[in-house]
Design a protein around this ligand. Sequence first.
Ligand SMILES: [Zn+2]
Ligand SMILES: [Zn+2]
Length: 266
Amino acid sequence: MDYHVHTMLCSHARGTMEQYVNHAMHAGISEICFLDHLTLNKKGRDLSMTPDEVPLYYYAARRLQAAYRGGIKIKVGLEVDFTPELAESARTVAESFDFDVIGGSVHFIDRHNLVSSRTDRRQTEKPDAAFYESYLDLVNRMLDLKYIDIVCHLDVIKKFGTLPPDWFYDKARALLDKIAQTGKVLEINTSGAAHPVGEIYPRPGLLEECRKRNIPLSLGSDAHLPEQVGRGFAEAAKIIKNAGYSRITAFDRKNRYSVPIQTPKG
Ligand SMILES: [Zn+2]
Ligand SMILES: [Zn+2]
């Protein structure tokens, strides 16, 4: 299953929804979930669909779901960008349709876009202590939102290759406690393996900590191109199994179920 797939609607991914679905089938994926960006803050809204486009997105996904029934399961959700003062507006959008799942991400700290190499290189490539603290604080506050089901790419702050210090992960463990308490699902995001840092999000060493806390996992490629659907899944499946997991979590109109982890071919 690939539970994190973008579309051209966010204007920095390429390919139609149908192309993503076809690539998923080609890659032997049994279930694909669109989780395209909903970013409301000024700095990031050019990198997202607009609230006006959400109906189009939602119904296009549901149409494909019906058209491909029997071939592949298709789900639809949003990757909501957490900005504290816009969290209520995002909730209104997220709850205006019967989405299968809502993911939550921190991509922005003030004016810095954590995931863009084009802007603010100083902080995004070599974060200082205050930057790490701000990031952790935002994730912590995001966990209070009931409408968020999945916590996406927990340590995406390492994207450009600087591994966070040990104290960052000590604090991240406290976030795992809160993820467990609030009953959220943690995403294994394989895009990190293709980014400069060269490893999945979160760091594989954190997965045993997740297992101890019984935190359910989802799995996503964060594909921004159709051919990226399912990338790195064979390796990720090994890492997840090694941490003691045998199942992965999926959603159907906010209801959870889990399926056994299968090691993909190739
Ligand atoms: Zn994106
Ligand atoms: Zn993201």
